[in-house]
Ligand binder design. Structure first.
Ligand code: SF4
Ligand SMILES: [Zn+2]
Length: 303
């Protein structure tokens, strides 16, 4: 905690961001998905690699503020069929999103086909079913599996076992709620090869548990703790080629949708020759869930 820098200034009555992007749906269509990054209280978990605390408040936001944030963002965004409500923590944590706001939230999002929220598995319980029952759109829950490497998962301080994750996915599928997993590519203390290996095993585990969709996230520095580990030689961000490898693997399984997180990919390659092509390839593979021809470049040799 002491290694991290300051938070950004946020307004409890405004989301700290919103955007619309294309995403492939489970039925294979490519449709607009809106994302609202809600401002709310910092997550209590403090995972080693997490930087989501940067845009959070220290105390709970007042009841009514989350619906107000959603209303504000929806009023300024173009229409979309699906909506992600990401709150830098757990939607079902009452200290983050007051339960009394669920009804108003449900009415604000009634025009969407799908609503996706994120949560630590520990908060997924009857509250999730309450929200589902109020929603007209289908509910989907996104959860950080992070890695199935046993020691690394413990080191990340997620305070979750693989069994917890598996049981939560079962609970959700038992109530006809789709779930997606966030999977880390090359968390600290792993070599490039091991980073790829464990990301692929994590995708295997997620699908076996009943997850419908996996998003592979290359681990970045920037939260203080990761920068320190990087300086001390315990963390190196993955290469963009490794993200391509894991995405190819996941799509090849044909077990569900697999996406690569393509935000800020410049961090994972310094090659001006192939970065744009690789970025386009990843985005196209995300959208079409097909494996496109490999890009070869002289930077492949600079491992
Ligand atoms: S549970 Fe999620 S939001 Fe909370 S600290 Fe961990 S990664 Fe960040
Ligand atoms: Zn290159």
């Amino acid at each position: 905690m002491e290694k991290r820098g300051g938070k950004n200034a946020v307004d409890p009555l405004k989301p700290y961001g919103w955007l619309v992007e294309k995403e492939r749906t489970p039925s294979g269509k490519i449709e607009d998905t809106a994302i609202i990054f809600l401002t709310n209280r910092e997550c209590q978990y403090h995972c080693l690699m997490c930087d989501l605390w940067k845009n959070t408040t220290d105390t709970s936001v007042p009841p009514g503020s989350i619906p107000q944030q959603i209303e504000l963002a929806l009023g300024q965004m173009p229409g979309a069929r699906h909506l992600k409500l990401y709150n830098s923590g757990s939607f079902f944590d009452e200290r983050a999103i007051p339960v009394e706001d669920y009804e108003r939230i449900a009415s604000l999002v009634s025009g969407f086909e799908t609503v996706i929220v994120e949560s630590h598995p520990r908060f997924v319980n009857e509250k999730c079913l309450r929200l589902r029952d109020m929603l007209k759109p289908d509910l989907q829950v996104a959860m950080g599996l992070e890695t199935v490497h046993p020691e690394i998962l413990r080191t990340l301080n997620k305070r979750m076992t693989l069994e917890d994750f598996e049981n939560t996915v079962k609970f959700l599928s038992g109530h006809a709620i789709r779930s997606r997993a966030f999977i880390l590519l090359r968390p600290p203390f792993l070599s490039e090869t091991d980073g790829v290996y464990w990301a692929e095993r994590s995708v295997d585990f997620a699908f076996k548990a009943g997850i419908e969709c996996c998003t592979v996230i290359p681990v970045r520095p920037g939260n203080g703790a990761m920068d320190r580990l990087m300086k001390d030689g315990y963390f190196t961000p993955p290469r963009i080629q490794s993200l391509e490898t894991v995405l190819e693997y996941g799509i090849g399984l044909q077990s569900g949708r697999v996406f690569a997180d393509t935000w800020d990919l410049e961090q994972f390659s310094s090659c001006t020759e192939c970065l744009t092509q690789r970025k386009d390839r990843l985005m196209n593979m995300n959208l079409h869930q097909e494996i496109y021809g490999k890009i070869t470049c002289s930077c492949d040799l600079k491992a």
